[in-house]
Design a protein around this ligand. Sequence first.
Ligand code: AMP
Ligand code: ZN
Length: 111
Amino acid sequence: MDCLFCKIAAGEIPSSKVYEDEVCLAFADIDPQAPTHFLVIPKAHIGSVAEINAENAGLAGHLLQIAAQVAREQGLESYRVVSNTGAQAGQSVPHLHFHVLGGRDMTWPPG
Ligand code: AMP
Ligand code: ZN
């Protein structure tokens, strides 16, 4: 499949990895929106949060576990986990990813 994050997961496109295991990868966002900004993705292709179901919910939970672990390792006590789902919400890469952003004050609601 012609998917940017599948290629990053396969190592075909380089990334600044901060964590990797058999099923997931975390790497620095190429266009950081906060002092710390990394993405956590499954290695298997899942399109977005909208495709999380009973079969892959364990993997989705694992991605959040890793988001918390890497945030802790990076010294973040406060951070935001975001997964833009669909074009109207700003999703630009159609492969599930959790953004983890921290290191600055944040506002609510998001834009
Ligand atoms: P979204 O727009 O929510 O789908 O998030 C996609 C994110 O992927 C954006 O924050 C981009 O900056 C990031 N991104 C795009 N290409 C790369 C890449 N090659 N390496 C790391 N991050 C990327
Ligand atoms: Zn993919």
